[in-house]
Design a protein around this ligand. Structure first.
Ligand SMILES: *[C@@H]1O[C@H](CO)[C@@H](O)[C@H](O)[C@H]1NC(C)=O
Ligand SMILES: *[C@@H]1O[C@H](CO)[C@@H](O)[C@H](O)[C@H]1NC(C)=O
Ligand SMILES: *[C@@H]1O[C@H](CO)[C@@H](O)[C@H](O)[C@H]1NC(C)=O
Length: 428
């Protein structure tokens, strides 16, 4: 009997786990560009590129892709044996893991066509993709990033396929490899997932430049993964490595400090330390993103009960929705449109009511501490956390990003195909 218990305990500790991994919050890319006076040009470039991409790419590709230009929550992971460490955005709005490869930023050799263009339009002039930007003024697109060296990993295997992920301001591209990855860095609690396929980027999109950030780890479903790669957490579930097939996200809220502790991801269980009891679960209407139905949104005297498809997305720092309803909310709280920044602003000291979201039979209230966001331009103006977002008629109409997730822990129940919400027990 005793040996059976010991055996069971041993089996449990080998095969299943709940692992809590800390995050840090990094400065919004938007704030940095605003401070450096480059935000307006950045937005123009982005719009232009999106326009060109839409013309070039089949318009039925309706997938929404984050630019991560707002603040971001990043966590450590490792890849390989021995472990090589990377800082990644842990993103419930996408499904691929990729990190820079050791060759990222190396000037390609023997290009049939040396392209000397710079910036966003390069790739439209460039036919030999590997050689884009390979002219005399070639710049290392991943100078600041940690890079993965497959030759130093004993557990690495080649895959042979390529990947490309388009962002508003460029693409991450490269090839796929397979190795052991861990959620959690060296010296932190870790969940190891052997045989995980991931991208090794040989070039990065513009928004990575100078960011304290190496890559992205997507936590959504395989159905929206580029190259249909099994996402790392789904791979962990498939191998029986976690107690429960779900994870909990707790995001701390504080000002615009950079590099401070920002929350905890709990893989394999509900976080009962940082989150209150689960208020309700909402079934997913689509297991692609974490997509479900929101039946109403309002604030003060404004309310719309039209009903929409929404996604819960840790990779978006604001809440995005159709312009008509966002305008209604902005008017209700007295925020004004700032065209050059592309957001509604209001005085940081404004007293506003909660933004109220109805999901299922529950109403979730988001406080002003989560809807009034510092702009970082040294003024007394703040961003109203709700911004106009057009899905272009495809997919979800609203993105419930970090302001919602800071107020309510989200439980991403992959196995149960539902998302749960619990009050976030903030320490401050
Ligand atoms: C990640 O690793 C770095 C370097 O070891 C460390 O400074 C940091 O605290 C770790 N944790 C997070 C959440 O970034
Ligand atoms: C580039 O060309 C040189 C000379 O022809 C050759 O030695 C080298 O191997 C080539 N490099 C690649 C990556 O093909
Ligand atoms: C490279 O950059 C320099 C300095 O910005 C510029 O004068 C030159 O024309 C560029 N060369 C090419 C081939 O683009």
């Amino acid at each position: 009997m005793r040996s059976l218990l010991v055996l069971l305990a041993l089996v449990a500790s080998i095969y299943a786990a709940v692992v809590q991994v800390p995050l840090v919050k990094i400065e919004p890319y938007r704030n940095r560009l605003i401070r450096e006076g480059r935000w307006v040009q950045y937005r123009k470039d982005r719009e232009l590129r999106r326009f060109m991409l839409n013309k070039q790419v089949d318009a039925s590709v309706g997938q929404y892709v984050n630019d991560y230009e707002d603040e971001a929550y990043v966590g450590n992971i490792t890849v390989g044996t021995p472990q090589q460490q990377f800082k990644v955005i842990l993103d419930t709005g996408s499904s691929n893991l990729w990190i820079p490869d050791i060759t990222c930023g190396t000037k390609p050799e023997n290009c049939s066509q040396e392209i000397t263009c710079q910036g966003i339009l390069c790739q439209f002039e460039c036919h030999d993709q590997a050689c884009c930007g390979a002219g005399p003024n070639y710049t290392d697109s991943c100078f600041y990033q940690a890079k993965f060296d497959a030759s130093k990993s004993l557990s690495y295997t080649k895959n042979g396929r390529n990947f490309i992920i388009e962002y508003g301001t460029g693409s991450a591209r490269g090839f796929l490899g397979q190795d052991t990855i861990t959620f959690g860095g060296i010296g932190e609690p870790q969940l190891a997932v052997p045989n995980t396929v991931f991208g090794q980027a040989t070039s990065l999109a513009a928004f990575f430049e100078g960011q304290p950030l190496d890559g992205i780890l997507g936590l959504a479903f395989q159905s929206i993964a580029v190259d249909q790669v099994t996402p790392p957490f789904i791979n962990a579930i498939n191998q029986g490595l976690v107690d429960l097939p779900l994870f909990t996200v707790f995001l701390e809220h504080e000002g615009d400090e950079n590099g401070v502790r920002g929350g905890v991801y709990t893989y394999g269980g509900v976080d009962t330390t940082n989150c209150g009891p689960v208020i309700a679960y909402q079934p997913l209407s689509s297991a692609t993103y974490y997509q479900f139905k929101m039946s109403a949104i309002g604030s003060g005297s404004y309310k719309s009960t039209k009903g929409w498809q929404v996604i819960s997305d840790t990779g978006t720092s604001l809440i995005g929705g159709p312009a008509a309803y966002v305008t209604g909310l902005a008017n209700a709280v007295g925020a004004t449109w700032r065209d050059d920044y592309g957001v509604y602003i209001l005085p940081c000291a404004a007293t506003i009511g909660t933004v109220d979201i109805t999901i299922g039979s529950q109403v979730y209230n988001i406080d002003s501490s989560n809807t009034i966001i510092p702009l970082g331009d040294g003024s007394d103006n703040c961003i109203f956390a709700i911004f106009p977002f057009s899905s272009g008629g495809f997919g979800p109409s609203w993105i419930l990003g970090d302001p919602f997730i800071r107020q309510y822990c989200n439980i991403y129940d992959v196995g149960g195909q539902r998302v749960g919400f619990a009050k976030s027990l903030q320490s401050k």
